[in-house]
Ligand binder design. Structure first.
Ligand code: SAM
Length: 242
């Protein structure tokens, strides 16, 4: 997968050289390039922002550098990438969206700063490529860089060959609309707290049932919205009894 990121703070992306993402980049599964938006400015101050039309506090990112950056990274003659623009006013980023993005061949992330990017940049881009404004959650960050780090990590771990054991993707939180059950390792007893007996029983059927029920209980307690959204056919009779 090819990923391009445009930001006025390319240094933010240094962690993408580390750990499994670094390895995915080294072995070519992820071809990631970070670009400085100021490359596409032409004045001596390398200006990327200006005051908002209509008044109000803060500054808005000017369209010209963004337009030139998108023209360079998504040229008309090439297959268009999917443009993702982090914004607290975007649609929520979810594991389902991470799977959707992992199936794309080219993602282009545009990191806003200040009050965000002039909306015409997105309107114009949408005439040439799919554009999605994406929110990480119901809070406001300084800029899109942290949101892009999160999205690139969530997507990269879904790419074939990145995780040592792809089976873990099937058993984790959000894989099937539920949260994962609590997990434990050795020793069996620690500071007076014991690992649940069933997990040491060796009975795989009982362990699977216990995990399912604990996942359901956790989801009901912490994220009733997820449980409410679960299609009825994802629950079996034993789930309903539990
Ligand atoms: N004026 C914007 C608003 O009220 O919707 C907030 C701008 S915010 C200070 C600056 C930039 O941070 C945004 O353009 C976006 O790139 C990023 N950002 C802030 N919060 C975010 C969130 N919850 N999810 C994704 N990106 C966010």
């Amino acid at each position: 997968m090819r990923v391009d990121v445009v930001s006025i703070f390319p240094e933010y992306f240094a962690p993408l050289d580390l750990s499994l993402i670094g390895r995915a980049r080294a072995n070519g599964v992820l071809q990631l390039a970070v670009h400085d938006l100021r490359t596409w400015t032409h004045d001596v101050h390398r200006t990327v922002d200006d005051t908002p039309y209509g008044g109000g506090p803060g500054m808005v990112m000017r369209p010209e550098p963004w337009g030139a950056a998108l023209d360079a990274l998504a040229p008309a003659e090439a297959p268009p990438p999917r443009l993702l623009v982090p914004s607290p006013a975007g649609v929520p980023f979810t594991q389902a969206m991470a799977y959707e993005l992992a199936a794309e061949s080219h993602l282009l992330f545009a990191c806003g700063r200040y009050e965000g990017i002039d909306q015409r940049v997105l309107e114009h881009a949408a005439t040439r490529m799919p554009v999605t404004e994406v929110s990480l959650g119901d809070y406001v960050l300084f800029g899109g860089e942290v949101a892009v780090l999160v999205m690139v990590e969530a997507v990269t771990r879904l790419l074939p060959g990145v995780l040592g054991n792809a089976g873990s993707l099937d058993e984790e939180s959000h894989a099937h609309g539920l949260l994962e059950a609590p997990i434990y390792t050795k020793p069996p007893s620690w500071r007076g707290h014991d690992v649940p007996e069933v997990l040491r029983s060796g009975d795989h059927g009982k362990i699977a049932r216990w995990r399912r029920e604990e996942g359901l209980l956790r989801t009901a307690a912490r994220r009733p919205d997820l449980l409410a959204a679960l299609p009825a056919d994802r629950l079996d009779k034993r789930d309903i009894a539990a």
